[in-house]
Design a binder for this molecule. Structure first.
Ligand SMILES: Cc1cc2nc3c(=O)[nH]c(=O)nc-3n(C[C@H](O)[C@H](O)[C@H](O)COP(=O)(O)OP(=O)(O)OC[C@H]3O[C@@H](n4cnc5c(N)ncnc54)[C@H](O)[C@@H]3O)c2cc1C
Length: 472
């Protein structure tokens, strides 16, 4: 159905008698929801209309650092499903079309064709809001100059690659040292740049405790990356050609031929807020366990635009991760398609890498535990990725937090080389199951010398934590 052919009235049923599901946002959460709803119901029962303001659907933003760094050679490798593939599954996908208003009372959305500016209303029986997150752009002089790039979308990735191809100088500054900042530092190192990372925090990777962030800091310096912590960017300087030439902090100036911004995201909930839908303390939409927007019968929301329940702290958080967005979409599509599914919450698991250094975390950091009033014991152990005598065994540091007295596992952070990162999944399962560190010591994990020491590093940490808990 063309844009102009969309129902302009407020009637909620299409001519065929099928219900209409409208989806706002055509990436991970939105198109997972649309695809799952289509699996649940055929087009004679459910019409699905999806609006996407950009050029791409169902793409992996997670792959952008590896595309920019050259590990992935073609942009299209990051696209899981094209608009044509979605349309072939009877999803009426309207690209370059931005929803500008949600009228919850009358069950309709207003959409604008981005290229022509033409606007029209489309009515819905069921609505999915999957508008994602918006990168934070610093409100600083020079922040919009040519040569300054975000990396949120495939278009952003292409623009950065175009700049890298055009720029003769080889100095890159990355602003922000969260996982996107460190992944982009790796990408630029791989492209042969001299990389400086300017970071507001005490240490990189603020999703870790500072003592574990320190290990990342040291390893990044070992890779030749200049790390600047505790620094506030005050402006970006431009040259005579108008292009960025330096990043200025409180007390220094860092020459730059290209600047990459990775200072975090906020939920994209402007439309939802204007429609009077409930937002939480972090600006994300609030949903129930079925991902239905609280107080609404026929409106669901998922992905980076919602807040999620942290199962360890019991509090709502905003965590922008593709792994959650895909699961939300699956749950929403099942429910919007007439079935039943729930998303119970998260334990806060994330993994990333910078060159061969793997960085992983799950559960609570020390400051998270303190904030919610949990008393804890904390241990840090050094071990190796393989049996010490086996070739290429590499060092690994595991930090573990357990609740005082009960011994309930609260969180794990791991920094190491090959094989370190995904070990955090053991802890993610233990957290989900509510295990104690004592129970973890008996986990029947696989062992052979090429894969781990006879006591896996996670179990070594659990043993040490159990001893401390018993003494507490
Ligand atoms: C560089 C990078 C690396 C990442 N790496 C990882 C990783 O390793 N692991 C991980 O789990 N996650 C990672 N992520 C996060 C992951 O990409 C996001 O969590 C995921 O894409 C969220 O999916 P979403 O559908 O909620 O939102 P988005 O992917 O942001 O999609 C929302 C879509 O809605 C569209 N939209 C918004 N408003 C409107 C409107 N009004 N009308 C029409 N369309 C609209 C947008 O154009 C967009 O396409 C990474 C992200 C980036 C940027």
């Amino acid at each position: 159905m063309s844009m102009s052919g969309a129902s302009r009235g407020t009637g909620r049923r299409t001519g065929s008698g099928a219900e209409r599901l409208v989806v706002i946002g055509g990436d991970a959460a939105g198109m997972s929801a649309a695809s799952q709803a289509r699996r649940m119901k055929g087009p004679d029962e459910l019409e699905i209309v999806a609006f996407e303001r950009g050029h791409f659907t169902s793409y992996s933003a997670c792959g952008i650092p590896y595309w920019v760094g050259g590990d992935v050679t073609e942009r299209d490798q990051l696209i899981a499903r094209t608009p044509e593939e979605h349309r072939a599954r009877d999803i009426d996908l309207r690209m370059r079309t931005e929803v500008t208003e949600i009228d919850v009372g009358r069950g309709r959305v207003r959409a604008r064709d981005v290229d022509s500016g033409a606007e029209s209303w489309t009515s819905y029986d069921k609505l999915v809001i999957a508008t994602g997150a918006r990168p934070i752009r610093p409100d600083l002089p020079g922040a919009d100059a040519p040569g300054v790039h975000g990396v949120q979308t495939l278009d952003d990735g292409q623009a950065l690659l175009d700049t890298l191809a055009r720029t003769r100088g080889r100095r890159a500054v990355v602003v922000g040292a969260g996982y996107i900042g460190v992944e982009m530092a790796e990408a630029l190192i791989n492209r042969g740049y001299e990389v400086t990372v300017v970071n507001r925090g005490k240490e990189p990777m603020s999703t870790l405790d500072p003592d574990m962030g320190r290990l990342v800091h040291e390893a990044m310096e070992g890779l030749g990356i200049t790390m600047v912590n505790d620094a506030e960017v005050t402006k970006l300087l431009t040259g005579d050609d108008g292009r960025v030439r330096a990043v200025v902090t409180d007390d220094a100036e860092y020459p730059a031929d290209v600047v990459v911004l990775g200072i975090g995201v906020r939920p994209e909930t402007g439309l939802a807020k204007a429609a009077g839908l409930p937002l939480g303390n972090h600006g994300g939409l609030l949903t129930d366990l079925a991902m239905r927007v609280r107080g609404q019968q026929n409106v669901w929301a998922g992905g980076d635009c919602v807040e999620v329940l942290d199962l360890v702290s019991g509090q709502e958080r905003h965590i922008a991760l593709g792994t959650h967005a895909n699961k939300h979409g699956q749950v929403i599509g099942t429910n919007a398609g007439g079935g039943y599914a729930t998303f119970p919450g998260v334990v806060g698991t994330a993994v990333s890498k910078v060159c061969d250094l793997e960085i992983a975390r799950t559960g609570l950091r020390e400051k998270d535990a303190l904030r919610v009033g949990l008393q804890f014991e904390s241990v840090t152990i050094e071990s190796t990725s393989r049996a010490g005598y086996y070739p290429d065994a590499s060092p690994m540091t595991v930090k573990m937090l357990a609740e005082r007295r009960t011994g309930r596992l609260l969180g794990v952070q791991i920094v190491g080389r090959e094989g370190a990162g995904k070990r955090v999944d053991i802890a993610a399962v233990a957290l989900t199951a509510g295990m104690t560190v004592e129970q973890m010591t008996a986990l029947d994990l696989g062992y052979a010398p090429p894969f781990s020491p006879v006591w896996d590093p996670v179990l070594v940490a659990a043993r040490k934590a159990a001893v401390k808990v018993r003494a507490s």
